[in-house]
Design a protein. Sequence first.
Length: 407
Amino acid sequence: MNQQNLKRSCFIFAACATVGVRAADLPLMPIAAHGVSVQVVATGLEDPRGLLFGPDQRLYVAEAGTTESIFTGPPPPPPKEPPTRTRCEVYWPVGPAAPGYSGQISRINRDGSVSIVAGGLPSFAANMLIGGDRMGVSAVAFRGSQLYAIDTGAGCSHGHPGEPNAVYRVSKNGTAAPVADLSAYLRSHIDTKNPADGDFEPDGTWFNLVRAFGAFYATEPNHGVLVRIDDNGKVTLVADLYKAVRQIDGDGDHTYSALIQHDGAFYVGTLGRINDGFTGAVYRVDRDGSNVRQIVAGLHGVLGIAFDSEDRLYVLETTGPTPAPPLTDPSVGRLVRVEHNGSLKPIVTNLSFPTALIAGPRNDLYVSNCGYHCDDISKVPTSRPSLRTGQVLRICVNDEESECHDD
């Protein structure tokens, strides 16, 4: 793969193969800093992504699933459709997309067992040439006692012409129905992302879902937009982050991944891109999107943000600076705390491809670990099956300012 195509391959996760580690060794053992404890809450998950405690005080997990990709190497196939905003194709080397129905939502019970709440949801896998990254259910949220999820494994460019990327309402019987068509929104609204870019995603790669201010909010990393989704399914733009951040640092295409609401504002993290060493940052966005400012720099591959009861900011990094090949080293994921002087204090290191972070109810923190690329690569490029070794970790920081407790 030439360098230009490699640069364009990063839409959420882009890589070639996990190097230097046997499949049996994944996930690696996390390394905790002094005064920090790490507990495995659940395992056996399938590319776990977003986490959320429900009104029943149980933890819900979005899972991208186990859909396997196909290997399409060079020379690249000619595009089937021109580079329009409405095309139904993801270009090589990210595509062609392989569709499936392995996305799901699980609930972690108090004894650590895992129950599937909704399964068989649309999913897809990118070209195995860049790692076969899976997309399915990426985040969950509640409106009262009603469960919702955002599915990014659907849409016609991902092989699901009749099922859009959308916010889905999940029924008690495990079925899910779209209530806000996010594919249609991206196709009908012009944003800063150029549809001629090689990594353009017509249906988007929606990565989060937050309930705040009487509505749902989500960012789309590839297009760089923050949107509001009302309870009638209407989608409106809050901020074109690509455009706003470009005014701050001269560029804007940073892959807007993590999203939380805190103290009346939104906080957005960036994964970064291959060509900038996955340089990441955290931005504060006013509730109405009118002001965007950077509050933390010096990060890499941000996929999670959380605040503790002392109002201290924690950031989950899924990668380090310029590993080669990119996003293949399962030992560089880490959780850091942003200290008052702006320095970054490592809290947990040696995380294996972590994908999500939330603050728990007892001043603890929860992380999705082995959220991608924990696969059996012994038969690549013929196949790359998931090891189904995704975890949820509970992290307790016992120091002079913060302490978390068990019941």
